[in-house]
Write a protein that binds this ligand. Structure first.
Ligand code: AMP
Length: 449
């Protein structure tokens, strides 16, 4: 999705967007608008600043333009519920802006001011009514508003409305609306109460989630452990066995490594499944189903395979290998702390991947806290100045000779010993090696996503 033209919004809307200087839909817009244009209900997880207002306002305006009719007196075709007067006023403003090339009847209703003008504004009916729940109920109760003809209901910042004690008001309002309507719920977080509300209000909703990368990172507690490469498995086992780990994703650079770690964890009594590009669709789906229903505790995944992981309650992400592309780190750890929950992301860093850690810290703009009080801590890894291997795209690391001696045939079995590595070393377990016999070839890692 590259432009608003791709979204096929009516031309007057596109024109307003161009004038506002909007060239590209934000992710929540790109994700939500197509579903809303199709008339589907939608559950959107997005915070202020993500462009969520336009995500629900533009499809609503498109409906008004393409299905013109007069709202009935005291009625509204679109109702947006918002927790505060400020937000309600802001939403109303946004509608005005996007509707500047169409005729829009709109009103905004909130408490703390006289009701006379609000009543007057509603007398002939409006296309879009934006309201705080309390005053809206008042005016409905007084017979000034009648929402029997409503077509679209939007709840914006639903979590804040619940926090502010509006849940009963919302339910009373919804009870007065026609059942045959489109319902859209936006929330920045997804506590149980919102899940329940969404479940009761939405009919087979599409779900769209965006969290700005920085705020994703904020909710995720991150740590790095410096370990020798040959200790990474033991470290992984130690991590996944922790009681706090409910569902974990372990990331590796390579497919065969994912298999080996999965086998190792299973042999150690931890239910694990590997998912990567060499697995059949069926095998992946089975692994994901097990992960979802809790019978599989750990998914061991490569970056590409991880794109399909859409599970809300991943409690931990463990980076067995750090990614060589810093952005992948943000994508990886974004598998946890979804839907408003907290999460942990713990990375294992050996001497060779030390430089990648620096790249990641530069990208996220802060150092990742180091945990040293564990039995596998390695000063050598922490203080390493080694150049990392160059991966992917046919590139071969300068310290990575083609199919050199000492490589493990078949890619199976244990580590290639714990001897010291140097620039000519052939650690074949966490880096690609086009020439490794039976090793599954070069990993198919994205350089970026
Ligand atoms: P919101 O998250 O709805 O509060 O929007 C945040 C800000 O982003 C508002 O100032 C919008 O005007 C602006 N905005 C929304 N969508 C876009 C877009 N596609 N391109 C540029 N700015 C946008």
């Amino acid at each position: 999705m590259t432009s608003f033209a791709d979204l096929q919004l009516a031309l007057p809307i596109q024109q307003a967007l161009t004038e506002e200087g909007y060239t590209t839909p934000t992710p929540i817009q790109a994700g939500a608008i197509p579903h809303l244009l199709q008339g589907r209900d939608l559950l959107g997880l997005a915070q202020t600043g993500t462009g969520k207002t336009a995500a629900f306002a533009l499809p609503a305006l498109h409906r008004l333009l393409t299905q013109p009719r007069h709202a009935s007196p005291k009625g509204a075709r679109v109702l947006v519920l918002a927790p505060t007067r400020e937000l309600a006023a802001q939403i109303d403003d946004s509608f005005k802006t996007y509707a500047r090339h169409m005729k829009l009847r709109h009103a905004v209703i909130f408490g703390g001011v006289g009701q006379g003008r609000q009543v007057e504004a509603m007398r002939r009916g409006v296309d879009v009514l934006t309201a705080a729940p309390g005053r809206l109920l008042d005016l409905i109760g007084q017979g000034h508003i009648d929402l029997q003809d409503l077509e679209v209901l939007v709840l914006d910042e639903a979590d804040r409305m619940l926090d502010m004690g509006f849940v009963r008001d919302i339910k009373r309002i919804v009870a007065l609306l026609p059942k045959n309507r489109q319902t859209v719920l936006f929330s920045a977080t997804m506590p149980k109460a919102i899940e329940e509300l969404a479940h009761s209000l939405l009919n087979d909703p599409a779900k769209v989630e965006v969290t700005p990368p920085s705020s994703t990172v904020d909710r995720i507690r991150q740590a790095v452990m410096f370990v020798k490469s040959e200790d990474k498995r033991a470290a992984t086992l130690m991590l996944v066995k922790n009681d706090k780990v409910q569902r974990a994703v372990v990331f590796t650079l390579m497919k065969h490594e994912a298999n080996k770690i999965s086998d190792f964890l299973n042999a150690e009594g931890v239910r694990a499944e590997a998912i990567h590009g060499n697995k059949s669709q069926g095998a992946r789906e089975r692994a994901m189903a097990g992960f979802r229903d809790g019978s599989v505790k750990v998914l061991v995944a490569t970056d590409i395979a991880a794109r399909g992981i859409d599970v809300d309650d991943v409690s931990h992400v463990f980076n067995y290998d750090l990614p060589n592309v810093a952005e992948s780190y943000v994508h990886r750890i974004g598998r946890t702390a979804r839907a408003g929950r907290d999460g942990w992301a713990v990375s294992l860093c050996d001497a060779e991947q030390r430089a990648w850690l620096k790249d990641i810290e530069k990208l996220i703009g802060k150092p990742i806290p180091v945990v040293t009080d564990h039995p596998l801590h390695s000063d050598e890894a922490q203080n390493s100045t080694m150049r990392p291997p160059v991966l992917g795209g046919g590139g071969r690391g300068r310290n990575q000779p083609r199919g050199g001696g000492g490589q493990r045939p078949g890619g199976g079995g244990g580590r290639p010993g714990s001897g010291p590595r140097n620039n000519g070393g052939n650690r074949s377990d966490s880096r690609p090696s086009g020439g490794r016999p039976g090793g599954g070839g070069r990993p198919s890692r994205p350089r970026s996503k």
